[in-house]
Design a binder for this molecule. Structure first.
Ligand SMILES: *Cc1c(COP(=O)(O)O)cnc(C)c1O
Length: 386
């Protein structure tokens, strides 16, 4: 996966660092755009997956909208050049300051998640005589069949307006002078690889759309969220997610009128495969039952394994003629959960060997922390290597 030139350049790099393959990112964005445009679909990029500057710049330049979950993400997307009328703002806990900021920049819509939040946005928009566009986030009670920490669309999750409150929400919207309902919003979870889950989502979206229309409410935007998964097991075999198959499901199963727009909020599927975390072996250690590889990267650089027991493919970078043995690959942080993988087959390794942790472009760099007073995370772009 790495060219000779890239390998040579790594020799001089201080580790750990994120390596971003910019040409793979571009191919992924182009594949997504082509499949979406063909069907008239709109795609917002979920900034929270990765807000590295050059990654954002490329996504913005390719014409994507932005999906934000904090005021600072709204600010970052505006500063990067995303058009305000393509920015949505979601999240269960928007502060007054964040709402005011988004209002001042006239973003496309707030995805609202509670009645109380609607009332606050109405009041704040009233202060400046504005009318805020809102989409109601509905919890469709669809099981995303993914890790329970990244499941968001079940009745027991904190996200969205409970179905029992929708009647009341619709009434409040009608009375609120400073709110304009533009659409319905759904987001059921992340790393969804079973496309049947999205079929079930379409069925629910159709039901809720009809429910609102029967009550005389026009729905312009059907925002079905993100959550499309990637292949963590085989990043070289499937570097670009099958966007055709994904959008095709919505094209076939979502009922829409000619005036209705379909919006998506993709994060992981756009950026996961272009990133790898590169790290060197600091020490090797043979325990009573285990062989350990101790890396110079840890959960402070890539938290997903510690946080969600997430799997990442771990590879030796460059050729090795050593036999393979199983290692527990761990980081230097003083936490037992600081482990990237257990019983990982790798060539017998020594201090200084370079290791790549693959598919780390989404929810990697953005979740890095200074815990243990670790250094600021470094990154290298493939097209800046000389
Ligand atoms: C996180 C999030 C997304 C993006 O999810 P991915 O799994 O990265 O595609 C989209 N919409 C909302 C509201 C989110 O919170």
């Amino acid at each position: 996966m790495f060219s000779t030139k890239q390998l040579a350049s790594f020799e001089h790099q201080e580790t750990p660092f994120y390596y971003y393959d910019m040409s793979l990112l571009e191919r992924t964005l182009d594949a997504c755009s082509a499949a979406a445009e063909k069907r008239g679909f709109h795609v917002h990029y979920a900034l929270k997956a990765n807000f590295n500057d050059r990654i954002l710049q490329l996504i913005q330049a390719k014409g994507f909208g932005a999906d934000c979950v904090s005021g600072n993400e709204v600010k970052k997307s505006i500063e990067t050049g995303f058009k305000a009328d393509k920015i949505t703002f979601a999240g269960v806990g928007k502060s007054d300051k964040e709402i005011r900021y988004a209002l001042a920049h006239e973003i496309f819509a707030f995805n609202v998640e509670s009645i109380e939040e609607m009332e606050v946005i109405n009041a704040l928009a009233g202060e400046t005589g504005q009318i805020a566009n809102v989409s109601l986030r509905i919890n469709p009670n669809v099981d995303a069949q993914t890790h329970h920490y990244i499941t968001t669309g079940l009745d027991e999750n904190k996200f969205g307006i409970p179905n029992s409150e929708l009647e009341k929400s619709a009434a409040i919207l009608r009375e609120s002078k400073h709110l304009n309902l533009v659409g319905l919003h759904f987001h059921i979870g992340s790393q969804i690889v079973d496309l049947n889950v999205f079929k079930s989502l379409c069925v629910k979206v159709n039901e809720w759309k009809n429910w609102f229309e029967e009550r005389g409410t026009t729905i312009k935007v059907l925002n079905v969220g993100g959550g499309l998964g990637v292949d963590y097991k085989d990043p070289d075999g499937n570097p670009v997610t099958d966007f055709e198959a994904y959008f095709d499901i919505f094209d076939r199963f979502l009922e829409r009128n000619s005036h209705q727009e379909v919006h998506f909020e993709l994060g992981r599927a756009l950026v996961a495969q272009c990133g790898s975390l590169l790290s060197r072996v600091l020490y090797t250690k043979s325990g009573i039952k285990k062989n350990f590889l101790i890396l110079d990267a840890g959960m402070t650089e890539l938290m997903r394994p510690a946080l969600y027991q997430a799997y990442h493919k771990i590879e030796r970078v460059g050729e090795s003629d050593q036999e393979e043995i199983n290692y527990d690959v761990v980081g230097p942080i003083c936490e037992s959960s600081d482990c990237f993988g257990k019983e990982v087959p790798l060539p017998v390794s020594k201090r200084g060997d370079l290791i790549a942790i693959r598919t780390a472009g989404a929810y990697g760099e953005v979740m890095s922390s200074h815990y243990n007073l670790r250094e600021e995370i470094r990154y290298v772009y493939s097209d800046e290597i000389v």
